[in-house]
Design a protein around this ligand. Sequence first.
Ligand SMILES: [Zn+2]
Length: 387
Amino acid sequence: MSSSLRQPPAPPAFRGHEALRSSLRRALSRGTLPATVLIHGMPGCGKQSLAQWIARTRLCTEEEKPCDSCVSCRQALRLEHPDIHWYFPLPRPKRAHGPGKLAEALESARHDRLGEMRRQPLRPEGDTEVKGIYFAAVMTLRERAHRRPAVSEEQFFIVGDAEYLVPQEASPEAANALLKLLEEPPDASRFILTSGKPGSLLDTIRSRALPIHLPPLPVPDVAAFLREECHAEPEAADRAAALSQGSIGAALGHLDPEGAHSGNRDRSLALLRAATGGKRADAYRTALDYRPGGARGLLDLLEALQLWIRDLGAAAAGRDERIVNSGERRFLRETARRLALTPDRIARGVARVEEARMLALGNVNPQLFVATLLLDLEETLAPPGRP
Ligand SMILES: [Zn+2]
């Protein structure tokens, strides 16, 4: 059967975080949750899914909330609830001049993206374009927030990755326009912001919102999710979960051969080989070949590189069972032996990449950046006294 004939996959239920959810449930049923909350936590840890869960719980019409089966819950799960409005960063539409046209184009891009998420709720998003939450989109949101809810007592506005209200391409006015709305929220409107970088939000927005921290999931829970919701083979699920550091979003990327994170394992291995091969020319060539998939792509790549260095450490210590990229045990063992790696140099190597990750958040030239990192790593990992 061709995939287009299949039913769209059922979106997965929100998992884990039982204690957090039961206190949220209590606050929602007593009506004590503030009108604006800010869910923060690492990328891909489920912040926007939790935001959806909060809206669904509040709007559910049954006793046990969310029941996931009443009309309201089903609409919410299909991302079709008329009173749950989900905004997120989008690429700037081309050929949309003037505020009216831009607002229209952004609304249509948002609906397209929602359609994609309905069809493939578990597919990680490609992250190769500059995106923003633009002033025009916030104006659309604001206008809607001042209207009455369509069918419910309340309506929810979810603003995912709210730090994109501020950056380069998006107008800083977007953040200010949202702030005005949060300062005097219309009676029936509630706002859930999510952010992986709450520090980049306007202080004035942060101070309006109740912060809710969503921690990473335990690795076994991530593996269980991949097996049960994505029907992953147990071994693939374990490997992706180990690489995920507790983020289901990251795990999906490691699982999906065509996903946004695909190739990070191989590309970061190429970086490691260049940094440990003792041939500077290789390091430069690898760097020149490097085509980044946006700043986020670079961050994910460096994270994968850190795992390889930790694997080298495990190999050096003879702790094969700790090697995550177990398919490359032989290469790791040989490299660890050749460089006579010590825990101290491994730790410094991991720290070097961590520093590079911090730098990657800024505006860097990717090729130059990768070349510098590789030469740095070569020096850090090489045995002392080597020229
Ligand atoms: Zn329900």
